[in-house]
Design a protein around this ligand. Structure first.
Ligand SMILES: CC(=O)SCCNC(=O)CCNC(=O)[C@H](O)C(C)(C)COP(=O)(O)OP(=O)(O)OC[C@H]1O[C@@H](n2cnc3c(N)ncnc32)[C@H](O)[C@@H]1OP(=O)(O)O
Length: 504
């Protein structure tokens, strides 16, 4: 047997043991009361929040992506903000009652959740998925991204230990440590896995959907940000640069292309530069295109989550000290136009729009290229324009006058804190929500009768011969024979009455 086979077999073995352990723990956890569940969830959230900085550093070191201090903030969103948003949710027993319509709602867990975690947000997504699973009395088995196994495992270990300390049965939180695609795929098809939460590259999301299990998969984003002519330019530029440079652009709701109204372009450029943007000249842009996408249609993983300085070095250009984001002016959109792709790094495309209709066309092309259903960002003081975009664009989140990256995951907006953002059927997903605990529950509904239905009388069979009444009487008497003391005369009268009614 060669070593790869050895490794794959061991990984599959590890996966099977993990699912078995998770299932057995979940069956015990099923009997927990709401109070007990809430105690476990709070303990896990507190423990995760307390280790946010350490885990942020670990994730940055292991993946070589992003900024440790920003990953700390993501971990805080994935633990504390997620906890605050689900803590009052009823997830055990009777969770709702409509007294008028007499419908009672009862929550039942799914069972075992299989979770795939991306390399871009490993620890924050591990915290988030664990919390929503435990809140709903599910167990979770996590398949980490191969570049982020250690930090994901450490995050899950913290959760498991805190859960057990708070009284949960051991084994509810499981992590696969061997980074085998075979084991991950088999996990998604395992008979004891009940649902998949897949966040990551599109190949994995596709694998989740083809597993035959219910799955929440998250499609890619390619978020345009429109700076409309009434926008508060200074604030918009500051938000956009802060958002794009947050964790070096690794959140999938990060702005990828600036679409600016030509009336305000000059001021926007000035403000962007003031906040650390560097606009590439034609020669630099050509070099950068090769760095962004050496293979047409695919973004170079070497730029994902990297600093502008690293990306500039890779492209062979020099940029001013203190540069926070790079901008390439563009007019076209397409798979072979590198700047128009989802770059997951502090690199922007910039398009100039003649007016808001032209801006809509540009935004639509960018979304159709790779971000349909995800998010779109707008900076405007004109609420009519904001609403028009919200109604017309095929996206699930429209962020207005805020940082799109942190805003979409609930950090700077009232959206539900989540590290898994549904793209609706626009993006081939079942939900357009920010995925949360409510998505991991079966809701049973017990409904009492509150209305009578008067069925139309059945037409009598006119062709039935009259003496059939005798046959029916005989049948009735035969069937009750010896079981009840029934007067044959009474049966005969009753049958005659029924038959005559039917014949009317
Ligand atoms: C709210 C939010 O922000 S959610 C964010 C969701 N979006 C993302 O995470 C971004 C999506 N991620 C990506 O696009 C990619 O991971 C990148 C661009 C960051 C890196 O790309 P790449 O290194 O080219 O490839 P990718 O990460 O897909 O996979 C690398 C390898 O690991 C494998 N792999 C990925 N996940 C797993 C897993 N859970 N278990 C086992 N193997 C895995 C892939 O199959 C691939 O194997 P291969 O090289 O044999 O084909």
């Amino acid at each position: 047997m060669n070593t790869t086979m050895d490794k794959d077999l061991l990984a599959i073995q590890e996966m099977r043991t993990a699912v078995k352990t998770a299932k057995s723990a979940q069956q015990k956890y099923m009997s927990f009361s709401q109070e007990q569940v809430d105690r476990v969830v709070k303990a896990v959230a507190d423990a995760a929040y307390a280790r946010s900085a350490e885990l942020g550093q670990m994730a940055a070191d292991e993946t070589g992506m992003g900024v440790a201090e920003h990953k700390k903030i993501k971990n805080e969103v994935g633990s504390k903000a997620v906890y605050e948003s689900i803590k009052d949710l009823k997830t055990v027993g009777i969770v709702g009652e409509d007294k008028v319509n007499k419908v009672v709602e009862i929550a039942a867990p799914f069972g075992v959740v299989a979770a795939v975690i991306p390399t871009t947000n490993p620890t924050s997504t591990a915290f988030f998925k664990t919390l929503i699973s435990l809140k709903t009395r599910n167990a979770i088995v996590v398949s980490p991204h191969p570049y982020a196994v250690k930090c994901t495992e450490a995050a899950l270990q913290i959760c498991e230990e805190a859960a057990v300390e708070a009284g949960a049965p051991p084994g509810l939180v499981q992590c696969l440590t061997m980074a085998s695609m075979d084991a991950t795929q088999q996990l998604m098809k395992h008979p004891d896995v009940n649902v998949i939460l897949a966040t990551g590259g599109s190949a994995l999301v596709r694998a989740a959907y083809s597993s035959g299990k219910p799955a929440y998969g998250v499609g890619p984003g390619n978020v345009p940000v429109y700076i409309e002519r009434t926008a508060k330019i200074e604030k918009a530029a500051e938000n956009i640069v802060n958002s794009k440079s947050f964790d070096y652009g690794t959140i999938c709701a990060t702005e990828q292309a600036i679409v600016v109204d030509h009336n305000v372009k000059e001021r926007v450029m000035r403000e962007l530069k003031k906040h650390g943007a560097y606009v590439l000249n034609a020669e630099e842009k050509a070099k950068m295109e090769k760095a962004i996408s050496p293979v047409p249609g695919k973004v170079n993983p070497k730029i994902v989550g990297k600093s502008p300085q690293t990306i500039a070095r890779l492209a062979g250009i020099s940029i001013p000290e203190g540069t926070r984001v790079l901008i390439g002016e563009e007019t076209e959109v397409g798979k072979d136009i590198p700047f128009s792709l989802e770059k997951l790094s502090p690199v922007f495309a910039m398009y100039t729009a003649r007016d808001s209709n032209h801006a809509k066309e540009l935004c639509l092309s960018l979304l159709y290229l790779g971000g349909r259903g995800h998010s779109l960002s707008l900076h405007t003081k004109n609420d009519d324009v904001a609403r028009e975009f919200a109604i017309e664009m095929p996206v699930s989140r429209i962020l207005v006058n805020t940082m799109s990256s942190v805003g979409a995951v609930g950090g700077t907006t009232g959206l539900l804190p989540s590290m898994t953002l549904g793209c609706g059927t626009f993006g081939g997903n079942i939900t357009s929500d920010n995925v949360s605990a409510k998505h991991l529950l079966n809701i049973k509904r017990m409904a009492y009768g509150i209305k009578e239905v008067h069925l139309p009388k059945q037409a009598a069979d006119a062709s039935k011969p009259a003496d059939e009444t005798d046959e029916i009487v005989k049948e009735v008497l035969k069937s009750v024979n010896g079981k009840a003391n029934i007067d044959p005369k009474m049966v005969s009268e009753l049958v005659t009455q029924i038959v005559s009614q039917l014949q009317k």
